[in-house]
Ligand binder design. Structure first.
Ligand SMILES: [Fe+2]
Ligand SMILES: [Fe+2]
Length: 209
């Protein structure tokens, strides 16, 4: 189970009500309730972890918005695939992996702030099997839309916090195809699979019980 350490309910809710966020979050809710709930939890957990680092208010807002919008690309994925209760075959896995690319595409197309696009779009790039980039070492190269994914050291940290919150939520909550993992297993998986700054892992694990 994941619990938050900072009482910032109204702040989180107010970001979730911003027109730029609700425009897409409402569509995600209509398309797939589980993805909507996951997006809210990830936004809240990412902001809570970031609070331990004493972020500037603007960075906290940016990270929270990116958290709400990080799985926008799942709007392109079929509900059957999102709800599959079986192990996905290779073709289906590739299809699911495309959601990170679609997040970048859709948010860029709609004119979202490039920092939000970069942080949201890189949420699967701090793992041993990164995507949309296939190779961790190419993360800094120009991407398909001609920009670096994360433009500064500060955004790299925000991007890593979001990736970690996303991973923790996926491991700690029940999904159609799996039960929640116990904390010790979650910690072990994070140390094996998270390729961002390892000192962030204990900050996430403080919130898992
Ligand atoms: Fe994702
Ligand atoms: Fe996610």
């Amino acid at each position: 189970m994941v619990h938050l350490l900072y009482p910032q309910r109204e702040f989180l809710a107010s970001i979730g009500r911003e027109p730029d966020v609700t425009a897409i979050l409402g569509k995600i809710r209509q398309h797939h309730l589980g993805t909507y709930q996951h997006s809210c939890r990830v936004a809240h957990l990412a902001a809570d972890i970031a609070m331990d680092l004493g972020p500037a208010e603007g960075d906290l807002c940016l990270l929270t918005r990116a958290g709400y919008l990080h799985d926008t690309g799942k709007l392109i994925e079929s509900v059957d695939l999102l709800d599959a209760r079986r192990k996905l075959d290779n073709y289906e896995k590739e299809e699911m992996h495309l959601h990170a690319f679609w997040t970048i595409f859709l948010l860029t197309q709609r004119g979202y702030n490039p920092s939000i696009v970069g942080i949201a779009g890189s949420h699967h790039e701090w793992q041993s099997d990164p995507y949309p980039r296939k190779n961790t070492s190419s993360r800094e190269e120009p991407n398909v839309i001609g920009k670096r994914r994360v433009e500064s050291e500060k955004h790299r940290t925000l991007s890593q916090i979001l990736a970690l919150a996303d991973h923790v939520d996926a491991l700690a909550t029940k999904r159609a195809y799996k039960d929640p993992f116990p904390p010790a297993t979650i910690e072990q998986i994070l140390y094996q699979d998270f390729t961002g700054e390892q000192s962030l892992i204990p900050l996430a694990m403080k919130r898992v019980s």
